[in-house]
Design a protein around this ligand. Structure first.
Ligand SMILES: [Zn+2]
Length: 292
């Protein structure tokens, strides 16, 4: 099973804090890793893929760890936990922030809706209150939905961020990997990069030329700064198609992770993953034994 993590938060956050769902603090993450150490074998994504694709019985006990959209704060929190156990992990990282210093379109919405910089916002005549947990979650859900149906999620988010800017401190907590962290991953024997596009668009909404540009620029930057080849790709938002798989192959990737496999007949480019979105150890164990 390939586990898919997103943001991990400092232990100073109260347990019931939300950020696009229940947050996972580093102590919750460490508890999950301790459970894995006792009961599973943690493999580098490369090795896991071979075991999975060959349908070897070993695959039942094999786990690969992946982190999507990897933020600099998340990396600095999980790196000591993973290093202590010598756990291999793959970081699917975006790169546009290295050029423009801006948040990804949806991490901006996470920060806007859950960091309490504004008590309410007005988007195209629609008022969203950002006071209670439910209000924040409703606003976040609707903004993500509006961005999706706008056809250009990045432009939609940028227009709102021009109206509702966030502090430098908040931006730093949500920003992608620093150059130094990319170099650390590059020189680590246990860690690998994965491509995840430059700006994290929905690839299915782009022309083939734009898709290629997004994929290639991200790969080029990670390889140039990190100094090692980037061979795995993860589709942003899990959205892909057969023509997108062809482009990912043409860009030099040897395999790709989906979220849910669409079973398009390309198992090496549709590796399924299991998203971990809860701090609960019980829910974690149920996912590991595939209880929906
Ligand atoms: Zn992503």
């Amino acid at each position: 099973m390939i586990l898919e993590y997103h943001l991990i938060f400092p232990d100073s956050h109260p347990r019931d804090t939300w950020n696009a769902g229940n947050i996972i603090r580093v102590k919750d993450f460490a508890r999950q890793m301790r459970y894995l150490k006792k009961h599973y074998q943690i493999l580098p994504l490369d090795d896991y893929a071979e075991v999975f694709l060959s349908q070897s019985p070993q695959s039942k006990r094999a786990i690969a760890l992946t982190f999507d959209d990897c933020g600099q704060r998340t990396f600095s929190l999980v790196e000591p936990v993973l290093s202590q156990e010598h756990f291999p992990a793959t970081f699917f990282a975006n790169t546009s922030h290295l050029k423009d210093g801006k948040l990804l379109w949806f991490t901006y919405f996470n920060a806007l809706c859950f960091e309490k910089s504004y008590s309410s916002i007005n988007i195209k005549g629609r008022e969203y209150l950002l006071q209670t947990k439910q209000q924040c979650f409703h606003a976040w859900q609707d903004l993500i939905h509006q961005a999706q149906i706008s056809g250009d999620a990045i432009a939609y988010s940028e227009a709102i961020s021009a109206k509702y800017p966030l502090s430098a401190e908040i931006i730093e907590n949500y920003l992608g990997l620093t150059e130094k962290q990319i170099k650390n991953i590059g020189s680590s024997a246990h860690f690998a990069f994965g491509g995840h596009t430059h700006h994290h668009p929905y690839l299915t909404q782009l022309s083939p030329e734009k898709q290629q540009e997004e994929i290639i620029e991200n790969k080029r930057l990670l390889e140039q700064i990190g100094g090692k080849p980037v061979r795995y790709f993860a589709y942003p938002g899990g959205k892909y198609s057969l023509p997108i798989i062809d482009i990912v192959k043409a860009c030099g990737f040897s395999a790709a992770c989906a979220e849910k496999s669409l079973n398009l007949g390309e198992p090496r480019f549709e590796l399924p993953r299991t998203g971990i979105y809860s701090p609960s150890l019980i829910k974690f164990i149920l996912k590991l034994i595939r209880v929906p």
